[in-house]
Design a protein around this ligand. Structure first.
Ligand SMILES: [Fe+2]
Length: 374
């Protein structure tokens, strides 16, 4: 743990079945002239969720930006910023999975800044001003983006994570009933993203007493509920617990940042189209074993908290969950060939994430570890 620590997760959270009914009241606090609604995929329109929200917000003009696929690109942000400025939208509402919420957060912020998205992604130009208010409504249970200061954007075939306090939503409305229509595959992969985030937050060098508590509780909730929601999608108590676990994972990484598992996941998503949570779960068991060999016994302590006797029992528990969710666990199964591992190392080894890992990881050790699951 670092010598001193802070805790700053200022997003107001409204949680519970039916809580989306609080949206109009929540918007009224900000009183915008016009709202930009950013939604991920057409499926939400088909399910009637967008129509219902527009109806609830009939007191306000609403401009809709929808149809964005997985992982927003820098061009999507630029188009959204232009639209928000042209329409003079005073509030951005993001509804969908992590990609839609990341896009909404970035549009809301950059529409009030002179820096372009590409300048911000280059890291050479900072975000100077607070943007328009952001309300986030997740419809998946995985990224926790509704409470974080991060937004992942793809630019020139690289997935880059913006990190700025102005990206934090003002309000997050978490209504488990909105997650009940998630397809099984999305339930599984987003749930594993939350699991990776909680475990990485726990072992991160930046961990704090508060993030430890939240991360361990999130891991417990995921082991108790992910398979249940996968097998019984309409069962609302399981959905509610998974949405809570996802929220916990977002709060935890908001404090600690992620580590090597997340950084290696990025090239898997960009070059091999592996969904984010699956990309994380591919290397998660590997790094639990690797990190536990030099972590002051913290991972064993976490395993014990979860009722496991040894770290190896904990790893087997993760591997069994991945198997029961019918997901692959080797790189070859997602289209990565042995000769592609160089690319994963080149783009997946990021010094900021590696230095937050409890055990030293070099590019060479990363290559060896990836080869062991090829
Ligand atoms: Fe993630």
């Amino acid at each position: 743990m670092v010598d001193f620590w802070s805790y700053y997760v200022p997003t107001k959270v409204i949680f519970g079945v039916g809580s989306v009914s609080q949206l109009k009241e929540t918007v009224d606090v900000f009183g915008p002239d016009k709202i930009l609604l950013v939604a991920g995929k057409q499926s939400m329109k088909k399910l009637g969720i967008i129509d219902k929200i527009v109806e609830d917000l009939k007191a306000y003009p609403v401009v809709i930006l929808t149809g964005i696929g997985d992982s927003p690109k820098s061009e999507d942000v630029s188009k959204g910023v232009q639209l928000a400025r042209k329409e003079e939208c005073g509030l951005v509402l993001g509804i969908g999975g992590g990609s839609a919420i990341d896009l909404a957060k970035t549009i809301a912020t950059l529409s009030q800044n002179s820096a372009s998205v590409t300048e911000c992604l280059s890291g050479k130009v900072g975000i100077a001003n607070r943007g328009n208010p952001i309300i986030a409504i997740p419809t998946t249970a995985g990224t926790g983006s509704e409470v974080t200061q991060y937004a992942s954007i793809i630019h020139e075939e690289k997935k880059i994570s913006l990190n700025n306090d102005f990206l934090r939503p003002n309000v997050a409305i978490l209504d488990p009933s909105l997650t009940a229509t998630m397809p099984k595959f999305v339930t599984a992969t987003t749930g594993l993203d939350a699991l990776s985030q909680c475990i990485e937050a726990y072992w991160a060098k930046n961990h704090t007493p508060i993030s430890d508590l939240i991360a361990v509780e999130g891991i417990k909730l995921i082991f108790e509920n992910l398979l249940r929601t996968y097998e019984f999608p309409a069962e609302i108590e399981g959905r509610s617990n998974m949405l809570l676990a996802s929220l916990f994972s977002g709060i935890a990484i908001s404090v600690t940042k992620t580590t090597i598992v997340h950084s290696v996941s990025y090239p898997l998503t960009v070059h091999f189209n592996v969904p984010h949570g699956l990309a994380c779960s591919l290397t998660l068991p590997l790094f639990v074993r690797y990190n536990s060999e030099n972590d002051d016994g913290r991972i064993l302590k976490m395993a014990n908290c979860l009722g496991e006797r040894t770290v190896e029992d904990f790893v087997l528990k993760i591997e069994s969950l991945i198997q029961q969710l019918k997901l692959p666990n080797r790189l070859g199964e997602v289209g990565v060939k042995c000769e592609d591992i160089d690319l994963l190392v080149k783009e997946g080894f990021r010094s900021d994430r590696a230095s937050n890992n409890p055990r030293v990881v070099t590019a060479e050790t990363l290559r060896e570890l990836l080869n062991s699951i090829s």
